[in-house]
Design a protein around this ligand. Structure first.
Ligand code: NAD
Length: 302
């Protein structure tokens, strides 16, 4: 049955593709964002998530403008999916990145839990593994890059996401709710497989340690959110939300051994397995990739 889902940050790069996947499953979606979203059947309520009053208000309100409004109090949403925030460093000053990301997430988690929402899904990032915005070229702790690694990033964006995961863990324990944190890889929109970035992923893979030679198709991210809505009772969880394969034609272990000779392996990896492993989200939530990059990457001469 379709659920009432509040989505934050739906007007952004990832949300624009995730929301249509939620609608396909019959969910009713309200988007909370500072910017509009051009998506039929989804109302965007302008909300500054750093303001707790606005967040509480939005989570208690109507899902769309209607005249007259339905009688009675709007039902509690089944779930909140929180994607809003600063999606990297240097969009604003570090203190603002930290303030906006941590405060928005705190406000959303706090309001959702206190209003009785039982499922919260949060956008975290593969940057927490510490390499993307490190000061200097550092190695990953081990391969595969999985959720077992004790993460210790040094940049503000990734630290803000670690704080969000920590807030989630505490609130899941206190309110006995499900909070699933998705460590998302670099998000690829459908048109981006033809762009310079993916071309470079494939042809100059040595340049892309910072993206862990892994990616997240924006529509497959929608599938992961849908699966997270369906699966209940897991409490606090962290999932790498990446696609199945390495972003080049290289065999994963051979390539990683060449690029990072000092980084240990904690298990054998599949021939083209993504270095940022999605084994957990496949095993626990049942994710099945639909948008493999080689289906879209332009082959020269064709
Ligand atoms: N894009 C990626 O490659 C990537 C990778 C890993 C993780 N993520 C995470 O996924 C999420 C979505 O990323 P994205 O690329 O769509 O980002 P985006 O910048 O395109 O979208 C973020 C949205 O949040 C909104 N927003 C910002 N501050 C707000 C506030 N105070 N109140 C309400 N809305 C606010 C913005 O208006 C925007 O629409 C982010 O949390 C990001 O950290 C993204």
């Amino acid at each position: 049955m379709g659920k009432r889902v509040i989505f934050t940050g739906g007007s952004g790069k990832a949300g624009r593709h995730v929301i249509p996947e939620l609608l396909k499953k019959g969910h009713e979606v309200l988007n909370l964002d500072l910017e509009p979203l051009n998506q039929p059947n989804v109302y965007t309520l302008k909300t500054d998530l750093t303001q707790p009053g606005q967040v509480f208000n939005a989570l208690c309100g109507q899902f769309k403008l209607s005249s007259p409004n339905p009688p009675g109090t709007p039902p509690t949403p089944h779930a909140v999916i929180h994607f809003a925030g600063m999606a990297r460093n240097m969009l604003c000053t570090d203190d603002e990145t930290f303030r906006i990301n941590t405060l928005s997430a705190y406000n959303v988690i706090d309001a959702a839990c206190k209003l009785g929402v039982k499922k919260i899904i949060l956008a975290s990032t593969g940057s927490v593994y510490g390499v993307a915005f490190a000061s200097g070229d550092i190695d990953y702790e081990s391969f595969p890059i999985d959720e077992e690694i004790d993460v210790n990033p040094m940049d503000t964006y990734a630290i803000s996401k670690m704080c969000i995961e920590r807030i989630a863990r505490g609130f899941a324990r206190r309110f006995d709710v499900d909070i699933y944190c998705l460590r998302i890889g670099n998000v690829i929109e459908p048109h981006e497989y033809k762009d310079d970035l993916f071309h470079s992923y494939v042809n100059e893979p040595q340049k892309w340690k910072n993206h862990s030679w892994s990616y997240t198709d924006a529509r497959d991210l929608g599938q992961i959110c849908n699966l997270g809505l369906e699966k209940s009772g897991l409490g606090f969880q962290v999932f790498n939300a990446t696609n199945d394969s390495i972003t080049s034609k290289n065999s994963t272990m051979k390539f990683l051994k060449e690029q990072c000779p000092n980084t240990p392996f904690t298990r054998e990896m599949g021939e083209f397995e993504a270095p940022m492993s999605n084994v957990k989200v496949k095993e626990v939530l049942g994710f099945k990739e639909e948008h493999h990059w080689e289906n879209y990457f332009p082959v020269v001469g064709k």
